[in-house]
Design a protein around this ligand. Structure first.
Ligand code: PGA
Length: 254
């Protein structure tokens, strides 16, 4: 049985008091209401990580994630944060290659390959994001583009290493737009990614890797998307900023 995961990417939102309020509400609602084994990951901005960690404590249901990290251990990289710093703050997961990082901060597949390696060496779980823009889908090149993103960033890993990765398929045209991929489109791409991993490594390894869907997941569409065979949860943006909505998305696995 693959792990189920619902991760909330707060992006650049919430002051510290707002973030603490949001996290406490989610923690209480999840503890009181959720009846499933899905792991929940809260992913606030860097500066709130320790504040949110003190609310999460040592839960085995709710984990702390970061939105990015640098590919070096330490040094003269003003404004950056390293994997070992994240670990020292209680972080267990880190998003890498979100489409906003690719688009606004020029992150390439080559850089992401370094980052994935480095976070794994530090014992973090990378949530590696891939996904195509609208024009790529319209040109029917989405499989080839996502296939290349996965291959370039992940296929230098050993089989043991790739088994520790979480993948998030996030079609860029569905992020923050209110237009979600249909359950069939999500399933098709998740199966495509899983088959690609099976061909490179093994079916057993491909079957062990959680693949999350991201892009306008809301309480009213989560159940249908999560019920697809190869969809193992979600990476949630907008709806993760509302404790009731985010908890209801987690409850879609009940
Ligand atoms: P969204 O964002 O849920 O607001 O579409 C998803 C993401 O960017 O991970």
């Amino acid at each position: 049985m693959r792990k189920k995961i619902v991760a909330g990417n707060w992006k650049m939102n919430c002051t510290l008091p707002e973030g603490k309020k949001l996290a406490s509400e989610v923690i209480h609602m999840v503890e009181d209401e959720v009846n499933n084994e899905a792991e929940v990951v809260l992913i606030p901005p860097f500066i709130h990580l320790t504040g949110i960690q003190s609310l999460i404590g040592s839960s085995n249901k709710i984990f702390l994630g970061a939105q990015n990290c640098h590919q070096n251990q330490s040094g003269a990289f003003t404004g950056e944060v390293s994997a070992s710093m994240l670990v020292s703050c209680g972080v267990t997961h880190v998003i890498l290659g979100h489409s906003e990082r690719r688009e606004y901060f020029g992150e390439t597949d080559e850089l992401l390959s370094e980052k994935v390696n480095f976070t794994l060496e530090n014992g973090l779980t990378p949530i590696f994001c891939c996904g195509e823009k609208l024009e790529v889908r319209e040109a029917r090149d989405h499989e080839s583009l996502v296939g290349t993103q996965v291959e370039k960033a992940l296929f230098d890993l050993s089989e043991d290493q790739i088994r520790k990765v979480v993948i998030a398929y996030e079609p860029v045209w569905a992020i923050g737009t209110g237009v979600t991929a249909s359950a069939e489109q999500a399933q098709e791409m998740h199966a495509f990614i899983r088959n690609q991993i099976a061909a490179k490594y093994s079916q057993d390894t491909a079957d062990s890797i959680p693949i999350l869907y991201g892009g306008s997941v809301k309480p009213d569409n989560a159940k249908e998307i999560f019920s697809q065979q190869d969809v193992d949860g979600g990476l949630i943006g907008g709806a993760s900023l509302k404790s009731r909505d985010f908890t209801n998305i987690v409850k879609a696995f009940d």
